[in-house]
Ligand binder design. Structure first.
Ligand code: SAM
Length: 647
């Protein structure tokens, strides 16, 4: 105990000495009449100092469950279990100590090793936010991050703490210049950030973004790191790898291309994460799903169905999923489903649409306009008292007066679809926040098919090296960008006054990815009714959780229409097409018999077969196997084009 006390004192003594040295330099600099000349000299010296590489960062503490290399080779299953255990353990520790910067770096590294560079980037980005907060007393999270990091540093070996202080004092003495250290900040924290953690943040962020295909951001962070750590071999290597990855691109940018020409998006794994305890067993919860279906239709029920696996990932060639079936005979032209969803989005700032259901608002001054109701606090408008009340009960208070209106609005046409997905995410986050529910447990989200790829086999190599996004050996089909999957969701949460560190169990990159996976397979989009033009890209979008349980066919037995509500109506005429011998075919009669499956259509069924197949490969993940589109010669008659569909 005495010995411990003495060591503490020696750290304190060293810190005091350092502070005195710094203070004397500050005094000197104030007295110096030739301040300008000195400033020049100081700049030169800083430049010289930058030429010396900082000492390599001490390796981060490895959680106790990490398996040894030998154990990994002997038992890959145990290794995989241990890795998932490490994610859970790091997250559990973060729940107790949410502002702990080094712990974020540990978790980021675990994700990277597990082949989740997207999650590694999300976690390293949070470490960067903490690092920026540590630099400025006035920043949100400053006090919490400083307290947590100080406690971590105090647990480190005393010799190392003293060495770091000594090195800083020596550098100060050698330079004979005013200190770069900010007197308002804790000196030891500043030194540890510089010696260890800031460098690791830049390395982790730039490498993981490189592996996600976000070359522009990877380059930005590698370069930012190199401005501080000019000689760092790893950052220099990562910068080289970014340039090399650019060589593989079809429109290859070169080193001198403007930054804006470098791609900043790619694809990542789309899977039910092994630690995700929120995905329901939909087959066991069919009764509950059918209770939800009753609110949209009393003529339909949800059942399990074996579909041909279109992605080729299922070894049996069959994918057991859900589908929608008729509970009674349905006549041609009869309406069979009418569903209202509040999981909607509109990417136009000025369009007159209901905030809740996205229906067009009636014309100003018309008798119908009487029904329109605005929020008294923030003036957001709803088409009816019903929508106003539903929004208040479901999501609006979480967004009211929170300065979120301009997020993802009025974007370039090429960005329109991604903006809509971001806005659907914002709506889901607001629903979760207001309803005090985990975002993946929301009724509007929980039972949606996420089109997840199977988790890779135990022991399978995921990246042949951790140097290139092209070395990944497993399918990655979830579109990913640093902006949409990381920066924007955290920004939205901060606007909603949500502490992103204290709520990581509710709001984190893996949760955003899971929500995006669900929305990407099921959201319908359309142009806004008011002046919407195709060149502006999709403008309104919604996820209808019951509607989207119906599977696709290029010979559908229903049509659908979506204004404020989405409706299924039994087709009055089935599609006709020319078969192999050029003969006109119409496989089925209009009308739906009890027990028959509801065959939805996600694309324009009037498109020619080649375009439908191309669409199906993108949207369903493979060739559509319905009788009309089965691979093989077929001669479709192209007809009218519509501008509405699942995107
Ligand atoms: C919007 S969901 C339809 C509902 C889904 N079956 C479920 O269980 O929730 C779309 C997914 O269903 C499957 N699917 C839909 N239509 C299909 C078809 N004609 N053939 C094979 N799979 C289909 C694909 O996996 C597709 O990604």
């Amino acid at each position: 105990m005495e010995q411990y006390k003495a060591s503490i004192e020696s750290v304190d003594n060293a810190l005091n000495r350092l502070n005195q040295t710094l203070a004397s330099y500050r005094l000197l600099s104030q007295q110096n009449a030739k301040a300008k000349a000195e400033e020049e000299a100081r700049k030169q010296q800083i430049e010289q100092a930058k030429q010396h590489a900082p000492p390599p960062p001490r390796d981060l503490p490895v959680p106790a469950t990490a398996p040894s290399a030998q154990a990994q080779a002997q038992d890959p299953q145990a290794t995989a279990r241990a890795r998932v255990g490490r994610v859970q353990e790091a997250n559990a520790r973060l729940r107790q100590d949410p502002y702990n910067l080094p712990l974020h770096l540990v978790l980021s590294r675990i994700y990277l090793v597990m082949g989740y560079p997207d999650l590694a980037a999300g976690t390293a980005y949070k470490a960067l936010i903490l690092s920026d907060a540590l630099d400025d007393e006035a920043e949100e999270y400053h006090d919490e991050a400083a307290e947590s990091l100080k406690a971590t540093i105090q647990q480190q070996p005393l010799e190392e703490r003293i060495q770091i202080i000594r090195r800083a004092m020596d550098a100060e003495l050698q330079n004979q210049t005013p200190s770069e250290l900010d007197p308002a900040l804790d000196v030891e924290i500043t030194l540890w950030m510089k010696e260890h953690y800031r460098l690791i943040i830049y390395r982790l962020l730039s490498r993981s973004l490189l592996l996600c295909g976000c070359l522009r951001s990877a380059m930005t962070y590698a370069e930012r790191g190199l401005e501080i750590y000019t000689q760092d071999a790893e950052l220099t290597e990562i910068l080289g790898l970014v340039l090399e990855a650019g060589d593989h691109l079809p429109n290859e940018p070169d080193e001198d291309s403007p930054m804006s020409e470098w791609p900043d998006n790619g694809f990542v794994r789309r899977e039910r994460y092994p630690w995700n305890r929120h995905e329901p067993n939909r087959f066991e919860q069919l009764d509950h799903i059918n209770q939800l279906m009753l609110e949209a239709s009393d003529k339909l029920e949800v059942r399990t169905i074996d579909l041909p696996s279109l992605t080729g990932l299922d070894p049996k060639g069959i994918s057991t999923q859900l589908g929608v079936f008729a509970k009674q005979d349905i006549a041609p032209g009869e309406q069979l489903l009418c569903e209202t969803s509040l999981l909607t989005a509109n990417n136009k700032l000025q369009d007159a649409l209901c905030d809740a259901c996205s229906a067009d608002l009636p014309e100003l001054g018309s008798p119908e306009y009487e029904k329109v109701k605005a929020c008294e606090e923030c003036e957001v408008v709803f088409c009816s008292e019903w929508c106003y009340q539903a929004a208040m009960d479901s999501y609006h208070p979480a967004l009211c007066d929170k300065d979120v209106e301009a997020i993802a609005k009025d974007v370039e046409p090429a960005e329109a679809a991604d903006a809509l997905y971001s806005l659907l995410l914002l709506r889901a986050l607001a629903m979760a926040e207001h309803q005090e529910c985990h975002p993946l447990e929301l009724d509007a989200v929980k039972y949606i098919w996420g089109d997840f790829s199977p988790i890779p086999a135990i022991g399978q190599i995921l990246y042949t090296d951790l140097d290139s996004p092209h070395s990944c050996t497993i399918p990655r089909n979830l579109p990913f960008s640093f902006e949409h999957n990381i920066i924007r969701p955290f920004h939205m949460l901060e606007k909603m006054d949500i502490d992103i560190f204290a709520t990581a169990h509710l709001y984190d990159t893996w949760i955003f990815n899971t929500l995006y996976a669900k929305f990407r397979g099921t959201a319908s989009a359309r142009l806004s009714g008011l002046g919407g033009r195709a060149m502006r890209g999709p403008e309104v979008s919604a996820v209808h959780p019951m509607w989207c349980l119906a599977n696709h066919s290029c010979d559908p037995n229903v049509t659908w229409d979506w204004g404020g509500q989405i409706q299924f109506t039994a087709r009055t005429e089935r599609v006709q097409w020319r078969g192999k011998g050029g003969k006109m075919l119409q496989k089925s009669k209009a009308g739906i018999k009890k027990g028959e499956e509801i065959l939805n259509h996600y694309c324009d069924v009037d498109l020619p077969v080649r375009e439908r197949r191309e669409w199906a490969r993108g949207a369903l993940g493979g060739d559509c196997m319905c009788a009309r589109s089965e691979p093989g010669p077929s001669f479709d008659v192209p007809r009218r084009k519509i501008t509405i569909g699942v995107f």
